[in-house]
Design a protein around this ligand. Structure first.
Ligand code: HEC
Length: 141
């Protein structure tokens, strides 16, 4: 009997530990998700560099943070690339559901099945990075 009880307690403990990471991911701490998303947007995926307009000295305009603007890099010469000259506003991810945003950042496809023009990178983020970025962008609406 004790043996059965012990093994039951042991399996419960193993299950609890094995699913801990999963639980943290799901319940998550929204604040943590947002600050990780902010870090990815500003320091890793660099969304902020293309999606925020600049002043005449080339500094990002804090007051227009992620409000869209002219693309800061020009198309490479002698290449026939379909190049976009404007990056849209992404604060609040207008027109995108959370699932749409995750799809764009993990597969590179828009909700209506397009691949955005260059220089928008065709992102292949992990699902958890994509979720963090989308959570952060949605928090800005
Ligand atoms: C090198 C510049 C650049 C970077 C970095 C960049 N983007 Fe973009 N993004 C663009 C441009 C340019 C477009 C417009 C593309 C077009 O017109 O087809 C765009 C389009 C988009 C769109 C709209 C797509 C559509 O047509 O529905 C979203 C959403 C978006 N970007 C999100 C992001 C996010 C999130 C990041 C960071 C994870 C990011 N972008 C990083 C340049 C960039």
């Amino acid at each position: 009997m004790t043996k059965v009880l012990l093994s039951l307690v042991f399996s419960l403990m193993t299950w609890w530990l094995a699913t801990a990471a999963d639980r943290n991911d799901k319940v998550g701490n929204i604040e943590d998700g947002i600050s990780r998303g902010k870090y990815l947007v500003e320091r890793v995926a660099m969304c902020v560099q293309c999606h925020t307009p600049r002043n005449h000295t080339g500094e990002l305009l804090e007051t227009r943070y992620l409000q869209g603007g002219p693309v800061p890099v020009s198309a490479p010469p002698n290449f026939r690339i379909d190049w976009a000259y404007k990056a849209p506003a992404i604060a609040g991810l207008p027109g995108y559901t959370i699932q749409d945003g995750i799809k764009l950042l993990t597969e590179g496809i828009t909700p209506d099945g397009r691949v955005p023009k260059a220089p928008m990178p065709k992102f292949r983020l992990t699902r958890s990075d994509a979720e963090a970025v989308v959570t952060y962008l949605k928090s800005l609406s």
